[in-house]
Structure formats: C-alpha cells, structure tokens
Write a protein that binds this ligand. Structure first.
Ligand code: BGP
Length: 474
C-alpha cells in the first residue's frame, strides 16, 4: 500500500496560541486570556481576571486574526492540502451561555475558510482547543456542570449550520484524555481545583459530560451535514514497559487506560470493561442520566485524530522522568531528548498507529507531531533548522511504514505549528515548531514579521512528492 493522492498533508494550530485579537470583533474572554506565560522551569500561572500591565501570550499570539491572508498564502505556497485550526468558542458565544451567536465572530471564520478553500486547502477544525469561555468557568463551574452540554451543543449546531459545505473535517475536544492524567485539567476542561474538592469525582464527572457533549456533536454533525466527517482528538502516549518483568508489562498496559477510557467511549459508544475497571480502581463516582447511554451509543466518531510527540516507559523501578506538557512518564535510556526534555521516538509513532488501528479499526489522522526547538536567525536572515527536518523526516518515514508495511488506514498528517505559535505548555515563543519563523519573543516584543525557514522548502518538496522524497537535499 502507498499513500494515496488524497492524503491530507498540512499543519495544525489552535486559536488561543495563534489567533490573538482577544478583545476584537465582539469576542469574550476565554480561560487562556488569564493564563500567564512561563518557561521550562516556571509553570504558567492562572489569574482570576486580567491584571493590568501583565503580559498574557494569547492576547495577540502571533496575530493570525489580522494576518490570515498572508499566512494562508504561505501555507498554500508549501502546497498544503489541509489546515487544522480551532474556533475560539468565545468569539462565537462571548459568554458561552447566550442563545444567539456573535455574527462578527462567525464572519471571521467564514473569511478564513473562504481564503483556505480559494487555494484548495481543506479546513480541519477543532471545536474546542484549550479555551472554554471564561464566564462558563467562573459562573457555572465549567464541565463540573451538566448545563455545559447544552451550551456546547448550541455552539456546535451553530458551527455545523453556518459552515456546512465549507468544513468537511471536524474534531470535538483537543487531547480530552489528558483530563484524567493531569493534576489540574484547566486547559482541557476549564477546571482549576478548589481546596478540598474530590478531584477524581470531578475528573470523572467532567469527562462524562464532555463525552456526552461530544457524542451529541457527532450526531448533530451527521444530521446537519451528512458529507462531513467528525472525529475525537486524543493525546497518544506510546508506553513501553521499563523491563521485560511481567509486572512492568502490566504497569505499562495500565498506564494506557486513561487514554482508552476515552477512545473506547468515542469509538465503541459505551463504557467498556477498561473504563469500568478504571472507575472502580480510582474509587471515583459521578452522575449519569438515563438518556446518556443512548446518546453515547448514537454518537460514535468517524475517525480518530491524535497527537504524538514522544513515548514514555512505565515500570516498578522508573526513577527518572521525561519532559512533556500534558502527560509525563519514565525516561527511556535508548532515546535522545529535545531541549525541553521531550524524547524523540519515531518508532513510537508507528506503534501508536498500529495500537490504535488494531483496537478500533477506523481511519486515523495524525493531527499533531513535531519538535519544539530554539531557532537561530543568521545575519542574512536565513534559518537553517536541520534538526526539525531530521525529526519530521523520521516521523514521516515511520507513518509511511505503518501505512505501507502494516496497512494502517491513515487520512493525513498535520505537524504542529507550521507557522511559529505560542507554546501551550510554557507560554513561550522561543519553543518553535514552524516552517515559518515569526519575529516575537517571550515578553511579546517583535515585529510579528514572517520568514521562511529551510524546513519550509523541505516540507514543500515532501508534499509535492507525496512523501517520496524526504532527503535534506533541496
Ligand atoms: C499539545 C497541544 C497543543 C500544542 C502541543 C505542543 O499538547 O494540543 O496545543 O501546544 O502540545 O506543546 P507545547 O506547545 O507545550 O510545546
């Protein structure tokens, strides 16, 4: 099997890290607008409101809001077949609980989709990528509250009706499985734990409401636009046992339960034994309404979108841990790490594709992958990012192997941040993933001008040859 001509080559972004224009066009605030920047060693701090004089990376981000035409022209120049982006929920519903949407917000995305389609680039849209409207968090407690299902459903129906025929690929919640693994699932679920709260109950309840909301979105999407496809989005942390001790094998298998907890419900439409066993093990409890089982069963996804950056190990004697933003694990002595401590493991991507396809047998879409690195601008303005080319070439080879040798059904590949954007984990700018450099630093200074890196020309060649020529020769 070869990659087909329909293979969706592209790149991926999220509004909160890319778009900016945080107080323009009638937009309301989202959870990320009060999320300060940090760095490798200093975690990002969450404020209750905007503090005058403080720098918040999402406010301007890299200003796609005003520069979308220039940016899309650059994507088109690379030959993109698709572009993954997210819609800022509070641009469409500024508070989140209104009945009627903000027309100016809807119009902005019409303009973006029209611009993409002008070049034959398919929009791939995440409905909620790390930015719940702030009012829903502060007045309703976010996904602790069942009312969120109705607000989300209204938001989704609005999008499906408005963009019917323009958007053929949707995804519901970004990396939703990180709710269970994260100490504080602020980005995924708008939840910042209160003192004394039963955290596992809250996590299971929020997960349940989000799974019901996601299933309703799938059913509504199919009804409103039968030609569109809608998937879930999971972070996939390929996990190896630290040793061949059977106990370590068991621990490695169990470490994946938090991911399959969501995958099973999204794809199979019910809580499987993995899910009920996990609930029992954690001792958590949550409320389910009688209609929920039917909703979950009816709203199963068309494909699985997933992010893959690195793998991890699990076992009884793991003592050293890796870097990572949403999920961490044991350090693998056979792998090299990035400047942020993320392990590079292309074979782990081939494993991820095989594991997911074996288990679910529905099409897969790699919607995030890449290397966050510091780039050096040379005196002539060029940026020679061979490290990024190496990383991506190895991962592309790995997924080609999964398709060509293992016969996995893969729809496309959208590496993270094709144009440099703000880091979700640290809020930094200097952690760059792009083919296009953006002149901005960690304090928000810079012209925001765009320039092409060496990888820009390399990725253009990769797309033009449908992944046949991965060499670093240009
Ligand atoms: C994923 C998120 C993205 C993105 C990416 C890279 O977890 O879905 O939003 O940012 O990781 O991580 P970071 O930005 O922390 O380097």
């Amino acid at each position: 099997m070869k990659l087909t001509k329909k293979f969706l080559w592209g790149g991926a972004t999220a509004a909160n890290q890319f778009e900016g224009g945080y107080n323009e066009g009638g937009r309301g605030l989202s959870i990320n607008d009060v999320h300060k920047g940090g760095n490798r060693n200093t975690p990002r701090v969450i404020h209750a409101h905007i503090h005058e004089g403080e720098y918040y990376p999402s406010h301007i981000a890299v200003d796609f809001y005003h520069r979308y035409k220039e940016d899309i022209a650059l994507l088109a120049e690379m030959g993109f077949k698709c572009f993954r982006m997210s819609i800022s929920w509070s641009r469409i519903f500024p508070r989140g609980d209104e009945e009627k949407p903000n027309e100016e917000g809807l119009r902005f995305y019409d303009n973006v989709f029209d611009e993409l389609l002008k070049y034959g680039i398919e929009p791939v849209v995440t409905i909620s990528h790390y930015e719940t409207p702030l009012v829903l968090v502060q007045e309703y407690g976010s996904w602790r509250n069942r009312k969120m299902i109705g607000f989300f459903q209204n938001y989704c129906q609005t999008l499906f009706r408005r963009y019917r025929g323009k958007v053929k690929y949707w995804m519901t919640f970004n990396e939703v499985n990180c709710i269970l693994g994260n100490a504080n699932p602020y980005l995924q679920a708008g939840i910042n734990f209160k003192p004394g709260e039963n955290q596992i109950d809250v996590k299971l309840q929020a997960s349940h409401y989000m799974m019901v909301a996601s299933a309703l979105a799938v059913s509504d999407c199919h009804k409103i636009d039968p030609d569109a496809k809608i998937g879930c989005m999971l972070l996939y942390p390929t996990t190896y046992a630290a040793t061949c001790a059977p106990e370590d094998q068991l621990l490695a298998r169990e470490a994946m339960d938090m991911t399959y907890y969501f995958g099973d419900v999204f794809v199979r439409g019910k809580y499987t034994n993995v899910c009920t066993a996990y609930q029992e093990k954690t001792g958590g409890s949550f409320t389910v309404e009688p209609e929920d089982a039917d909703i979950l069963a009816a709203g199963t996804v068309d494909y699985i979108g997933f992010s893959y950056y690195s793998s991890r190990i699990e076992g009884a004697h793991v003592t050293e841990y890796t870097g990572g933003n949403m999920m961490r694990g044991g350090k693998n002595p056979y792998l090299n790490t990035s400047e942020w401590g993320w392990q590079t493991d292309p074979i782990g991507l081939r494993m991820a594709l095989n594991n997911l396809y074996d288990r679910y047998q529905i099409p897969l879409f790699i919607v995030e992958n890449g290397l966050g690195a510091v780039d050096q601008v040379e005196s002539d303005g060029s940026i020679i990012d061979n490290y990024r080319i190496d990383y991506l070439a190895q991962h592309i080879q790995a997924f080609k192997d999964a398709v060509e040798i293992d016969h996995v059904d893969l729809m496309g590949y959208t590496p993270w941040g094709p144009i440099d954007i703000v880091s979700a984990g640290t809020g930094e700018m200097k952690k760059r993933y792009g083919f296009v450099y953006v002149d901005k630093d960690d304090e928000g200074n810079g012209t925001l001008n765009r320039s092409r890196k060496k990888s820009f020309y390399w990725y253009k060649k990769v797309i033009a040859t449908n992944g046949e020529d991965l060499s670093n020769e240009l």
